[in-house]
Design a protein around this ligand. Structure first.
Ligand code: HEM
Length: 167
């Protein structure tokens, strides 16, 4: 007989919470399980993108473009070499930011994103390079067009808020 699992079942939720407590709640799998059990009926941007693998593909394309294309040389120069750590951190952050598992917060606590960007000079030119790089990456990995537009609006808000220098 096939067993039907309803993620809204309170007994199942309680059992999962106990399991997560026992696992000390810090690993990626805990965040993923927590997300599965609490997910809403409306699909999140994370789901619409296509989940973890697709999001990672997007982040990798974003940093590949930043590394390769001269038009992004100003923001590339702000980042370390190699870009492995930057890739991981942006992927963990965007996972939670798009409504998926909170991989960044689980590791580092509140993102304090503006404060974390203060060591880097970010004016309109840096903001616009970041946004253009992300727009190209979304096209390259075939994110659906209306979703690209929706995400670009949110990226714009966040990137604009990160500016810490006039100009
Ligand atoms: C506005 C233009 C932006 C510039 C020039 C910029 C630049 C940088 C640089 C240089 C780092 C440090 C990289 C490292 O430590 O490996 C960084 C880290 C990070 N950025 Fe940005 N960024 C921008 C916008 C954004 C936006 C819009 C987001 C999110 C939507 C974002 C998310 C992050 C995250 C999550 C980190 C890692 C923070 C940490 O834990 O240290 N950034 N960024």
């Amino acid at each position: 007989m096939k067993c039907k699992v309803d993620s809204r079942c309170p007994n199942l939720r309680e059992a999962v919470e106990k399991l997560l407590d026992a696992m000390n709640g810090t690993r990626d799998c805990c965040a993923i399980i927590r997300h599965m059990i609490t997910e809403q009926t409306q699909p999140s941007a994370f789901d619409l993108i296509g989940g973890s693998a697709k999001l990672r593909e997007l982040v990798d394309r974003f940093y590949d473009l930043m590394d390769l294309e001269p038009e992004f040389s100003v923001i590339r120069a702000l980042h370390p070499t190699p870009l492995d750590g930057s890739r991981d951190k942006l992927y963990w952050f965007l996972s939670g930011w798009t409504g998926g598992p909170d991989l960044y917060t689980d590791r580092f606590g509140h993102p304090r994103l503006r404060a974390r960007h203060l060591p880097y000079t970010i004016a309109s030119a840096e903001r616009d390079q970041w946004l253009r790089c992300m727009a190209l990456a979304m096209q390259d990995v075939d994110i659906e067009e209306t979703l690209q537009e929706r995400l670009m609006q949110s990226f714009y808000q966040t990137a604009d808020w990160m500016r810490n220098k006039q100009g």
